[in-house]
Each structure stands twice: as C-alpha cells, then as structure tokens.
Design a protein. Structure first.
Ligand code: NDP
Length: 459
C-alpha cells in the first residue's frame, strides 16, 4: 500500500538505512540525506525504489518534504545532532517536527526541545532499541515529546515499531528527554544482563571446563525457562558460530557511554543501581588489558571450580542478578519521573520492550500481567519479582561462593547479592559512619530515641 505521507531521514549509516527500508516497506515515501553523499547514492542504487529520494544536501531534503515536515535524525549522538539541527533551523517552519532517533543524552534532548520549542519547531527524543535488525523489521520505540508531536507522529511510529501481543512496541513517556531517559536505563539493564551472562560463561568455560557444545546446550536450556530472552538466545548463537570462536576475540569490552550516563543519573538522583554500576565497571576493567596481562604474569591461579555448582543453580543465579538489575533500573526511572514531572506510565515500559527490543523476553510478560491495575512503588514489591528473588537467593550464594574460592570474578552477581542483603536488612552499619562523620566533621546524627532531632556529640 502506498501512503501519501513523506518522511525525511538524515543519516544513512546502519540504523538510518534499516529504518529507511522499514518505512518504505510500510508504504511511506522517504527523502534521505547523508553527510557522505557516495554512501547515500550506493544505498539508493542498491534499492531501486522510486519511493526513495536521495537529496544532495539538507536544504534539498527540507524543500522536498510537505509541511508540517517530519524528519528523523539517525546521526552520531552528541555534536553531530546539534550541527544538523543548526543547519535545519533557518529552513524549518512552525509545526515541523525533528525526531532524534539516535542514542542522545536525555539532558541534551531536554535542552533541544526547549531551544527548538522557542522557535516553534517540535523536537522529539526517540529512544530506539533492537539494533540494526530491529530498525529493519520493527524496533522498540520510546517517545519523548509534546502531545501535539505525539499526535502527529503516532501513526507512523506505530507502523514502524515491532508488534507484540500487547500492540505496537511504542509508548509516549512524556515531554523532553523522557524517551531518551528510558532508553538510557534500558541500556544500563542491557549492560547488566550481558555482564551476568558473561560471568556464567566464564564459570562454565574457565571454571568448570565445560566444552563448547556443553555451554551451548546450557544456554539453550536456560532459554527454555524463565530466562527466555533475546540475549540468552544470542549467547547460544554466538557460541555456536563456526566462523569465530570466542577465544579468538580480544577480551576487552567497548562502550559508547549510555551505561556511564545511567550511573551519573543514579548518582544525581540518589538511586543506587549497583548491579548496573558493576557491569559498567566490569567493561572498564576488561579494557585495562596491558595491566591485566602484566599482573597475570606475577600471580597465577588455575581458576578451577573444584566444587562445581549445578546448571540449575547457575540458571537461578542469572535470574537473581537479572531481576536486581530490572528493579534498580526501574527505581531510577520512577525517581526521574518525579524529578522531571514526566507523565510516563511505568506499566508501558514492559509492553514497549516486549518485542523488537534487546531486552525482550518472558520476564516482561510477568511484569505486564502482575502490575495490571496496581501501582507498586518498586518492582521489588511485585509478587513475581520478589518470589523469584527469594527462590533464587540460595543458588546465587552457592554460585558466588564457589566462584570466589576459585577466583572467577563475578562483579554483577556480587553487587546484586550485596544490594539485596542491604535493602532487606533493617539494620546496617552506617550508625558507625554517622558517628565517624560527627566525630571528625561535627555533621550531627540522629538517635533512635529522638529520630527527628539532629544532635552533635562529643567524641
Ligand atoms: P553512527 O552512530 O555510527 O553514526 C553515523 C552517522 O552519523 C552517519 O550517517 C554519519 O554520516 C552521520 N554523521 C556524523 N557526523 C555528522 C555530522 N556532523 N553531520 C551530519 N551527519 C553526521 O551510526 P548508526 O547507524 O550505528 O547509529 C545512528 C544513531 O542510532 C546513533 O545515535 C546510535 O547511537 C543510535 N543507535 C544505534 C544502534 C545500533 O545498533 N547501531 C541501536 C540504537 C541506536 P557519514 O556517513 O557521512 O559519516
């Protein structure tokens, strides 16, 4: 079906090309521009589709589109987005809509929405999950923008998004940077899930000496139970590859910054997200490759797990860590929602992530069905999450103590257990911290027998 609507795309790298093809499949006409023209021409030639028009510059792209224009930016986050916006500004009319679908910082999206709003141009910060395959077949879309921009773009986004049993994987999370904030936390949870899976792989591979076939079968088995998810399936897939063995790959992980941004937001809002923090740090430690290689010459261990945990215990440890990451991430979204007065509905998040998304998996079905009609303060109060944490607690400890003994590092699982033990502990040793602060800095403290009065003591 050919639709009348015409959409602009700026940026034809991996994501831009795939989203462009997705829009063409939906029947839209697309005018596209890329900074490096040859790349755009090669792309157009490979498609031979008369609904796709490649423009020589931004000026042509803007003139080509009917007003009010809808232009999707898929350029590198940061300065390139500001550069493109600056070039567009003088050419856009009141009511035109710029949709930044890159991985921009939510604070930048808040600023851009404000600045463009003053000029009558609508700005949408659109979080996109699902990688290149998602962009091509239907991604998960996290919208942040005004109600009028939502009304004007909803149909296009619904057609472009992945579809699940709950409808299109798209939700309006509120104005300004709300969509990019939810995407940033999504990435933080993604870091955590990936780190937990890497820890399980390390335990099975280096600690337990399981063959590659045994590891594949373990992850395939995990994918049939409560851990069923894209990332577990992907783990089995990369282990199965005949092209590349994992031990051929340099074990130094890259990161583009969204994990670090999530930690900064946690610090700003005073919300602890230690499973996510440990996972961001784990990548940073892995990147200290020279130092690791040097120190491993000075001290060496065989890292055998003599007392190997069962596969059921490893599965439960993974469930435990994964739930901790989800609870922490969603606590942070709750806090940001309040701080920024975003209208976002937490119940929309699992529906948005259910398909097309890197975090898709059955855990989201439990989240959706259990919070229907309720308003829990935290995911930890949702029965499924709480009961799974309690059920998997012992296994997580068994796995961790076996790994500790064998010196297999488990940063994300360790952080998860310490966090759980702390938040379920009525008493913590921070009474000592308070005494120390008062003793060296006269910061004052509260006594249990008069908990509302700040007092200073002599030490
Ligand atoms: P990149 O993040 O690698 O960005 C490359 C694109 O940005 C190219 O089209 C490039 O043009 C353009 N660009 C860079 N500087 C400028 C500039 N000053 N003016 C105009 N255009 C510029 O590409 P991806 O396709 O991977 O990602 C696009 C966005 O989507 C990014 O924000 C990314 O973080 C986000 N994203 C990516 C995902 C993925 O799986 N790859 C998943 C979800 C989001 P040129 O070709 O001329 O260099």
């Amino acid at each position: 079906m050919k639709l009348d609507s015409h959409i602009g795309i700026v940026g034809l790298a991996t994501m831009g090309q795939n989203l462009c093809l997705n829009l063409l499949d939906q029947g839209y006409r697309v005018a596209a521009w890329n900074l490096e023209t040859q790349e755009a021409i090669r792309f157009a030639e490979s498609q031979d589709n008369d609904s796709l028009h490649i423009c020589e510059d931004l000026d042509e792209l803007i003139q080509h589109l009917p007003v009010p224009r809808k232009i999707i930016l898929l350029v590198r986050a940061g300065e390139p987005v500001d550069e493109v916006i600056a070039q567009c500004l003088g050419l856009l009319y009141q009511g035109d809509i710029l949709i930044d679908a890159g991985n921009s910082h939510y604070g930048d999206s808040e600023r851009r929405a404000r600045e463009l709003g003053e000029k009558g141009v609508e700005f949408v910060g659109l979080g996109v999950s699902g990688g290149s395959e998602g962009a091509r077949r239907g991604p998960s879309l996290m919208f942040g923008g005004s109600d009028s921009a939502w009304q004007a773009t909803k149909e296009i986004l619904e057609r472009t998004a992945a579809q699940s049993d709950y409808g299109p994987c798209l939700a309006n999370f509120g104005k300004g940077g709300a969509g990019h904030f939810v995407k940033m936390i999504h990435n933080g949870i993604e870091y955590a899930e990936m780190q937990l899976l890497a820890e399980a792989y390390d335990l099975m591979n280096r600690g337990m000496g399981m063959s590659s076939a045994e590891q594949i079968s373990a992850f395939e088995r995990f994918n049939e139970g409560p851990l069923n998810s894209f990332l577990v399936e992907l783990t089995a897939r990369v282990l199965r590859s005949r092209q590349t063995r994992l031990d051929e790959i340099v074990d130094s992980a890259g990161q583009k910054g969204t994990g670090r941004w999530a930690l900064e937001a946690g610090l700003d809002l005073g919300v602890p997200i230690p499973t996510i923090a440990a996972s961001v740090d784990a990548r940073a430690v892995s990147a200290l490759l020279d130092r690791r290689l040097r120190l491993s010459q000075r001290i060496s261990f065989d890292r055998d797990v003599s007392n190997a945990p069962s596969l059921e215990d490893i599965e439960r440890a993974l469930i435990f860590g994964k739930i901790c990451a989800f609870v922490q991430g969603v606590d942070l979204i709750e806090s940001a929602k309040e701080a920024h007065q975003w209208s976002l509905n937490i119940a929309d998040i699992p529906k948005t992530w259910r398909e097309g998304c890197i975090l898709r998996g059955v855990l989201l079905d439990h989240w959706i069905s259990e919070i229907e009609g309720t308003e829990p303060k935290s995911l930890i109060d949702v029965s499924y999450f709480w009961e799974e944490l309690v059920r998997c607690d012992e296994a997580a400890r068994i796995v961790l103590s076996d790994c500790m003994e064998a010196r297999i590092p488990m940063p994300a699982l360790t952080a998860s257990l310490s966090w759980f033990d702390s938040i379920t502990s009525g008493r913590l040793p921070q009474n000592l911290t308070q005494a120390q602060r008062d003793a060296f800095g006269a910061h004052g403290l509260y006594l249990w027998n008069d908990p509302d009065r700040l007092v200073h003591k002599e030490w």
